[in-house]
Design a protein around this ligand. Sequence first.
Ligand code: ATP
Length: 878
Amino acid sequence: MNWYQLTLDELFKKLRSNQFGLTTKEAALRMQHYGLNEIHEQKKCPPHIMFLNQFRDFMIIVLILSATIAGFFGDIIDTFIILLIVLINAIIGFVQEYKAEKAMEALNRMAAIHAVVIRNRIPTTLIATDIVPGDVVLLEAGNVVPADLRIVENHQLKVDEASLTGESIAVEKDSAPIGEESIALGDRKNIAFKGTNVVNGRGKGIVVATGMNTELGKIASLMTGDEVKTPLQKRLAVFGKNLAMIVLAICTIVFTVGLIRGEKPLLMLLTSISLAVAAIPEALPAVVTIALAIGAKKMVRQNALVRKLPAVETLGSVTYICSDKTGTLTQNKMIVEEVYIDGTNFYKKDALKETLNEKEKLIFMAMALSNDVSDYVGSRPIGDSTEIALLEMARAQGFNKNELEQLFPRVAEIPFDPERKCMTTIHKFNGEYISFTKGALDVLLQKTIGLTNEEKEKLLQTSQRMAADGLRVLAFFIKKTDKLPFPILHEKIESELTILGTAGLFDPPRQEVKQAIDECKTAGIKPVMITGDHPLTAYSIAKRLGIIESEDDKVFTGVELTAKSLQEFEEKVDHIKVYARVSPEQKLKIVKVLQNRGQFVAMTGDGVNDAPSLKKADIGIAMGINGTDVSKEAAHLILLDDNFATIVKAVKSGRRIFDNIRKFIKYTMTSNSGEIWTIFLAPLLGLPLPLLPVHILWINLVTDGLPGLALAAEPAEKGIMKRPPRPPNENIFAKGLGTHILWVGILMGSITIISQALEIRLNNPNWQTMVFTVLCLSQIGHVLAIRSETQSFFSQGPLSNKPLLGAAILTFILQLCTIYIPFLNTVFKTAPLSLHDLFITIGLSSVVFVAVEFEKIFKRALKNRAWGSGMLSANENI
Ligand code: ATP
């Protein structure tokens, strides 16, 4: 049996449902039978495989093998300890990876699609996974179809099925049964398929299949859950491979030199392999994912939901934020402030319903009837804020939408479209048809009849005055016909209109936005407004918010945008702060031109037509509350509160997370470089092997593990939003990172070797314990010092990153354990140090901390000099 062949009666019978949908109880029963409406993509990696993957690294396998071989020939305790350290390392790696995966799952769940379903006869918003066969779903432009639906009602319903059929032209849906037996998906005009996008109109459908039974479910096995790599991860992976070669070469030299010097081959083998394991930064790309995923999870608390992980990394590079006005910069709480009928402000008349004249009645009827807000008695209206304001205005004058619709049933409609900037509903009354059109006055005035030029001029003047006061101006029109044209085309219906009047709606700017805009400017980011509204309305709001500050800041309209060539537009683009009367398609042109100019663009959008520009933008941002599902699917980031200020917070978080990743790289790479220098240089300087394999692995474990990870908790650097955005292609080792790794690594290695040489000369039998401890503690000193790029550790406050301080103290205690617990002395071949030796060790280990603090003093001095000589602009930072 094919769903598309059934009549509606057969369909309802078969699905044991009706136009009013299911009850909650029935839906719960069906859920038990059919299960969740979800697509199971590629199999997830189960935890035990994720754990085993920790050992997949080539060098780790070599280490395990060599340790086992060494165990047969020599010290079994050594082998055991090496294997234990490898195991602990794997556990840490697994826990982190698992946490990151859970964080990503939580983010995905939050970004889940919702749908409006009729349950218990009331339209209810549900998570799409809760839908069951037999549910009745309401569809409107911007929805992603949540399950396979047989259409039962349609109003110019068009669905883009490209994701399923590859056909890029939207398909018009209807509810009529199809006679043929087997037809292609693309021809099933009365079925809307899960995962496709509603691009126009609205409709109602009954669920015929959910989850894996849908057409999308059937092809789910073809979908690949390709892991997206961030630019930084890609670069680090390449870098890691190159570095691995260098480390392996060094290890070979260490091994050969050791043999020549007469060391035991097995010991040399283990030493060089341990060094390779410790120094090859194979985990760096994974650590970046972990830092990004966990950072993204934290960003949810600030109402920024990350959909695509690379966005966290690239947020810090944003140079332009192109924001919608309504709801993002403003509160989206429209109120009607003025109503003009025949040139007079209606409010001033203080009129009662009974005393209203014909035209006055009609304009309020238009407000109520030409309106798509669901006005359910006893509940707050839900829908577009402009429409809610008009509905409430009509209600206040005694015009109730539901009552009116009984008298004037809606027989057809042409939905609102930001391109046309208007909408029309057609109602039947006394055998004739009345259509109400409402929309932008400047657009519709050309389609008006019965007005003299003078009257038109007067209308325009009033509306311009309202717009200059920051009001959105809507005009209302009526048209009567005795016959309905077929097909219903807007060109025919929205012509020869008679004006009823205009209304001015105010949407107050969000309070916190002004400060966020100031913050953008100090952070080197240009905030720009893009709106479908009138240029004067847009200008007024932009000025209040500080987006427009001077004569140089220009407003550009959609018409100019079309008229200008790309080159002309590019020449002006730097000065344009407001784009008004812009249609969603034109946003794409704006992104392209800005990107051509080398800008890194974040762009907001909420409508279905915004999807292309959101995809094209470097960071596409959708609205969590008022955004369509289609825009959310296209976006990198979703604002859960639709608030511009949240974008700025997200940029700040992005910068902080990136800084901390950089600090992590700085820390581990310097430590690795210190270890390499130590092991490599000592034999070349005629000294014995400074460290045993267990020492190297232990240092790698305790220092890279906890302290490194605690760097992720580092708060934002002072002045993080006072420096310019990071160029997106900037090398991670730029701005002194590479140099730091090199010189501090050499310093760390030198201090360790000096302590070795010194203590050997003094015939101290415990020299190796001291060398082992100096290298370990130097790394702890280093991590404390690099918490900030420029600020001193003390002015930052030791307690401002408690996890890191805790990790440093714990590592210190663990190291003392290896020195003073007799059992561990056997394991690590260490000896208890005298107090004198311990102080010397701690003193030597502090050198790195002090040196890095001096580096920061030097950086601060350089910065101040640059400020003094005006080399840096007010926004710049070193
Ligand atoms: P922004 O882009 O700043 O968020 P917006 O998205 O609200 O603004 P649009 O929705 O594209 O802008 O509206 C553009 C114009 O269309 C408005 O200025 C108004 O004249 C008209 N308009 C907006 N909403 C409606 C509606 N519900 N019915 C009829 N016309 C509307």
